[in-house]
Each structure stands twice: as C-alpha cells, then as structure tokens.
Write a protein that binds this ligand. Structure first.
Ligand code: SF4
Length: 488
C-alpha cells in the first residue's frame, strides 16, 4: 500500500482506524506480548498506542501518541504487571485529530473496579447515548465513540453487577462497526458487531499457556499463538481461569465483513475468516488481467498492497513482473511535518521509480484503490519522468463512489474522484494511457474462501449494511437508502 502522499498530510487512501489486541495468560509477560502484537498490527494505526493490564485487583493503563515502539520502553512495560492485557493502536477518524485523551484503551470505573476497552471500527449512534450519560453525571475525557461504549458498559455493569450484562446491553445499544477487546482485573472479553464488519480472531498459546485475540492473524503469529477461529458476528467471548467461554451477545445480522480488508488494509500474511489475504490479492490481479487486458512490456505493483495482485496479473497475462517502484519504509504518518519545499516532492517522499527498469518500457501498474486521484496522478507523472513509454493503470478495487462510515477514513462524495468523473475523464485527469478497475463481481470472486456469507461493499455500491444517521450521511454527500434513527 502506498498510504498517504505526504507525512502529516491528509491521506489519498482509505485509512484504517485501529488495531486491537488482547491476551489472557497467567504467568506470562502479557504487557510485552501485547506490545509485540501491536507492533505486528502497526499498519492499522500509527497515531497512538496503548496497553492496559489487569492483575486480579485492578487495571492499569499506559498510552501515548506515537508508534508502539515510541510509546513503550522497557520501564513502561515492566510497570504493567498482570495476567490479562488489551492493547490498541489508533488512527483517528471518530474524535478528530490525534490526542492523548482519544488514545485507547479507554478506562471506565465500575464503583471501585476498573475496566479497559479497545475498539476498532466506528459507532454511528453515540450522540444520544453520550447525552444520556452526561445527564446521568458520567464524565468524558474525549469525544470519541469508543469512550461512549466504555462508559455504557460501565454504567450497566454498575447497575447489574454483571460485566457480561454490561457488554450485552452495550451491543444492543450501539450501532455501527466494532471489534472490541476488554480487560477486567481478571478476565479478557472479545466481542464483534452483529454484521462482523471489522475482523477479530482468536488464538491459543502453546501448552495451554493462554489465549490471544487480535485484529488480524499476523498478531497471533508474532506471539506464537495458534489460530483457533474468528469471533463470530454478535458474539461475546470471555477468557479467564476457566478457559474460553462463548455466547451470542446479540443476534447476528446481515453478514457484512469489510471487503476492503482483503484489498488494502490487512497484512498479506494475515488470514481473515479463513481466507488468505495474500492469495486473495493474487486472485484480484489474475481476474483483473482477464477483465482488462493490455499489451505491455512489464507489470509493476505499487508497494505494498499492489505487489501481490501485480504478480497475479503477470502470471495470468504472461507479461513479466518487475520491481520498478521502491518504497521508503521509514516515511509514514509521523509527527514530523515536511517543509513546504519538501512537500513539492510529493509522492517521492514515499515512492521512487527505478529508472533502469522503467525507461522505454510500456508499463501495467497495479494499485489497490483510487480515492481522490491525486496520488495516482503523481504516480503516473513520476513514472513518465522516469522514462516510461506507456502507463496503463489497473486498480484492484472497484470505483470508490461512497464514503465509509464504519471505521475507515474516506472523503466526502464531492472529493471522491469516481463519484464525480466518468472513467474516461478520470483517465484523462490522472494522465494514464488507459485506466481500468476490477468489477465488483471480480473482486468477490477473488475471495471465494471467506467463511462469512457476505461482505460490506458500501464504498463501491452505496448499499450500507448498517443504517447511518441522516445528518452524517448528508454531510458526506451520501443519500441513505434506509431510515436512520440516531444522531439527527
Ligand atoms: S464501506 Fe468499504 S471500507 Fe467501509 S466497511 Fe464497507 S467495504 Fe469496508
């Protein structure tokens, strides 16, 4: 994935909101395991990181702005002693800009007992819930939807003296996308929205040493956990000294796993709902080669997420694959703003073409998506400047025409290039020789093994699986097809 064009600038890619990680493992250094898990999931959020640990008596948390390795050092980890932990890496969408208060896990007090909640996704109906809680005297430290969820769970648990009641009630009240992990002083909980929009999987440590929950399986791999299964839509799974206990918190709804996870967000070495992300990306390239063939000399993939589909495109078309674009891996969404002069360098801060490979060649360039089009335009110009004879752009997601309300930071409709231009107009504006997107049917065919029965593809189709508040929809330029009752 090429990510944002400029460090600190608004991304020209859909950006993932968060990563969550949880571990229940008595006798293990759970804070360190959470730290490693979050490092494996760092691609899902780079603005802040946090870990909370339960020791049987209480829950302690440490969090701050920055990458996982910037936030946690030996001393910080050593202070987090316990046997249950949850961790979080954040990319802010709900709650605005990065701030310490918005960093997770969020702590909620239930009388004298603390719980810590980490959330991936976006809730679409928290305004009224927040107002109700404020009326009841609950104090908030941030304006995030996730803190509302933490406080709802805390309130109900305080009233019923039963944490699972609090979680179940929150699942009934909350609407939107959520994959959550929660640490109480002695237990780990994992739960997922009824549509299963954001991923969440369960792993087991060897020799019965404990349990791990992670946004992606790459988080299990790094701590040596064996993949067991995904948390089912609407399910609550609890881990404590009695082992793993699962129950249906709320009835499962229309299955709607985010299909963009396979295109761009997830790491290629992850497996989601039984489907290898890498193999899905290879298939996308193969299918795209069938749908939109072109005569060319070389196939290039835009690093990182464009590389597996480029290999698939090359295999299917017979056109050789070449490494023609090099990514600078150490320029990310850091807090170091480039100067204006450096901004002029644009995409070159992240990607650089290999002139010796590209010069005089007709290129097929495979990228994951086009949101506003600025990155694609600069990419094509950069390749031409490096001597490319032709640049044929092939995109392994359909046209992004609708904003996402479920944890992905996409623009309003008026900024989505595919919502405002025809294919020919986009091709002319971007400056490519030809431009083609995979069809929605082609994309679905590329993930045949996913165990979920259905996908969310709302950013391509406008068919939202969970009703979105009218006010938010209007603001984003999206016209909802179904009634929404919240946040007017
Ligand atoms: S709208 Fe698109 S990015 Fe958002 S959850 Fe659905 S498929 Fe994923």
């Amino acid at each position: 994935m090429s990510g944002s064009v400029l460090p600190g600038g608004r991304p020209d890619r859909p950006e993932e909101e968060c990563a969550v990680f949880g571990v229940f493992a008595p006798g293990e250094d759970v804070a360190r395991m959470a730290c490693f898990g979050l490092q494996a999931l760092q691609h899902r959020g780079q603005e802040s990181a946090g870990i909370a640990v339960g020791d049987g008596e209480t829950v302690m948390a440490a969090k701050d702005l920055g990458l996982v390795t910037q936030v946690f050092d030996e001393a910080t980890l050593a202070a987090l002693e316990g046997f249950v932990a949850v961790g979080h890496a954040r990319y802010s969408t709900s709650g605005g800009a990065a701030s310490w208060e918005a960093a997770q896990p969020h702590i909620s007090a239930i009388d004298d007992v603390l719980i810590a909640l980490a959330h991936n996704g976006t809730l679409v109906n928290t305004s009224r819930l927040r107002a109700r809680l404020v009326d009841e005297g609950v104090q908030f430290r941030s304006n995030t939807d996730s803190e509302v969820a933490a406080k709802v769970i805390g309130q109900v648990t305080r009233a019923t003296h039963h944490l699972r009641n609090g979680i179940r009630r929150a699942m009934e009240d909350l609407s939107g996308a959520y994959a959550m992990v929660l640490a109480s002083p002695d237990s780990l909980y994992a739960f997922r929205d009824p549509n299963g929009i954001r991923p969440l999987c369960i792993g087991e440590l060897p020799d019965g040493r404990g349990w791990v929950v992670s946004s992606e399986t790459c988080g299990l791999d790094i701590v040596g956990a064996r993949y067991v299964r995904d948390v089912a839509p609407g399910e609550i799974v609890r881990f404590n000294e009695d082992g793993m206990h699962a129950e249906q918190g709320v009835p499962a709804g229309r299955p709607a796993a985010c299909i963009f996870e396979y295109v761009y967000f997830a790491r290629p070495d992850s497996v989601i709902d039984g489907q290898s992300v890498y193999q899905a990306r290879r298939s996308m390239g193969r299918i795209l080669a069938q749908e939109a063939p072109v005569e060319a000399d070389l196939v290039l993939g835009v690093p990182d997420s464009g590389v597996p589909p480029a290999l698939g495109f090359a295999a299917e078309s017979g056109i050789p694959y070449a490494d023609g674009i090099v990514k600078n891996r150490y320029v990310g969404r850091t807090f170091i703003e480039p100067t204006q002069a450096m901004r002029q360098l644009g995409i070159r801060l992240k990607l650089n073409p290999l002139r010796s490979v590209i010069e005089g060649q007709r290129l097929v360039v495979i990228d994951d998506s086009i949101v506003r089009g600025n990155t694609s335009k600069k990419l094509v110009q950069m390749l031409r400047d490096a001597g490319a004879a032709e640049v044929h752009l092939r995109i392994v997601s359909p046209e992004v025409r609708w904003p996402c309300f479920y944890g992905i930071d996409t623009d309003t409709r008026d900024q989505l290039i595919a919502a405002n231009m025809t294919l020919d107009e986009m091709n002319a504006w971007i400056g490519s020789d030809t431009l083609a997107f995979i069809s929605l049917a082609g994309l679905r065919a590329a993930v045949p093994d996913a165990r979920c029965q259905g996908f969310c593809d709302a950013c391509f189709t406008g068919d939202y699986p969970v009703a979105v508040p009218e006010a938010a929809a209007r603001k984003s330029g999206a016209t909802m097809r179904r009634d929404a009752s919240e946040d007017a």
